[in-house]
Design a protein. Sequence first.
Length: 607
Amino acid sequence: MQLQVINSPFNQEQAELLNRLLPTLTESQKAWLSGYLTAIQSASAPGTSEVLTTEISAESTGQTISREVIILYGSQTGNAQRLAENAGKALEGNGFQVIVSSMSDFKANHLKKAQNLLIIVSTHGEGEPPDNALSFHEFLHGRRAPKLDGLRFSVLSLGDSSYEFFCQTGKEFDQRLEELGATRLYPRVDCDLDYDEPASEWLAGVYGGLSEAQQGGGATPAPATALQVSESVYSRTNPFKAEVLENLNLNGRGSNKETRHLELSLEGSGLTFEPGDILGVYPENEPALVDMFLEEMNWDPEELVTINKQGGVRPLKEALVSHFEITVLTKPLLEQAVQLSANKDLRELLSPDNEENLKAYLEGRDLLDLVRDFGPWRVSAQAFISILRKMPARLYSIASSLSANPDEVHLTIGAVRYDAHGRKRKGVCSCLCAERLQPGDTLPVYIQPNQNFKLPKNPDTPIIMVGPGTGIAPFRSFMQEREEIGAEGKSWLFFGDQHYVTDFLYQTEWQKWLKEGVLTKMDVAFSRDTDEKVYVQHRMLEHSKELFEWIQEGAVVYICGDKKNMAYDVHNTLLAIIEKEGSMSREKAEDYLADMQQQKRYQRDVY
């Protein structure tokens, strides 16, 4: 409905403004506006001019409460970012003005003016902030952090309870904000790998806290449906069953490794992705391991059990193969398991003064070890599986370009096998792919966008890629994409593995790209081919002068692979190169690299 000047008290300009505004308002915004206009009409003297703002006065306190909400996320693989963006959309749909930003893009000095702050952050590695949360985390914990007496906040923390420092970064933000004088509008929620339900409950609680402050208390929480944001047909909670087209071993005969190249069909899914994005894969446990567990517990494999709160029922063996994690032990799991056991040794292991022994026990053991070590277990199958975590997805850097391979997605997966505590152990997803997955089979998958690892928008920008082992995967997608779009920017790859003859992953493709000029330079390091081990960081040092020249020309540096060792060494090597070739102090070199990271010229996909 359009407002006409002829039958309204508004002039032409006012009518045009209203016609542009009204169609954009939600029902809750319209209701608020109606009440606001009624209130000021009764409260204002004739002739008084009022200005419409996004603020509401809380009569009980006299404090002006803003409807603006700032949501900051710190995300390594994209989960926290997706949750932040969905929370923003949900709150906007309920009448709030929302700013969603990564912590690295947010100007920290704006924090003093904020009244409502939501933090959604993951914990990376051994209790460390994600890359795009580092600068904000450092600022907030530094001397320049302002007093935040007028700020109300809440923290949603993502983590993995199998790690010692579970949700550490979120805990640190929560504590620090309180120390700076801020007030919680809703308690912090710490999420394990299966985060959807607790995240939804947190958002509902946050909404209640925001609404209560604005209504002077006693707000009714929004129904869950009002805070949900619809996703595409196939998503993390509704994966697409992708058919396996190819499953090849990339390593040569005699290699110490087995690296699988998988090609999956996305035909009919509608799923799309960009180079640098991630594929989530839901694997299955090894049936032989499940059989050993069932035999140990003397349970009937065909017994029907309930697998979720929605009442889904499956035979016990199927539930253990497909729905629950059985290869990782966590402290929270043992704390629940002790309630199902009369074993005094298990209770002793969980005592407060036994942290180191507990940590050592959890390393490299699985559910079969637990039931063998702390039996007997006089408990039903239903009661026992109710303490298990859902099977988490495994995340892999996509190794192909959608432009070059329409309706397909490729992965590069290293098979994980090792001996521990007298038994052979296998990676759940990697050995499924290596040993049991055949062309024609299907894998449940979903796309996880990764905005922290993207090709530069300008195809003329030089790029430097460091990716040993399976870290080569996203750079294959980069090269395929740059070939498709005819990118003119220079490109330089540093790749490493054990042996040139057996472990040069995608060798013919790299050589073809070098020959055709799609790839400008390539330096390789095969650590077991020389008496002294040589790694990618050594090759970088050998070319430090030229590498720094590329960086000064505006090159974007990418690192993909192992965080604990490789990425740490490469980071320090970059600092040494900048320090030497730029004639800088160590502190200046660190500032230089931090500035590159801020400009998205230093990006890492590490795990």
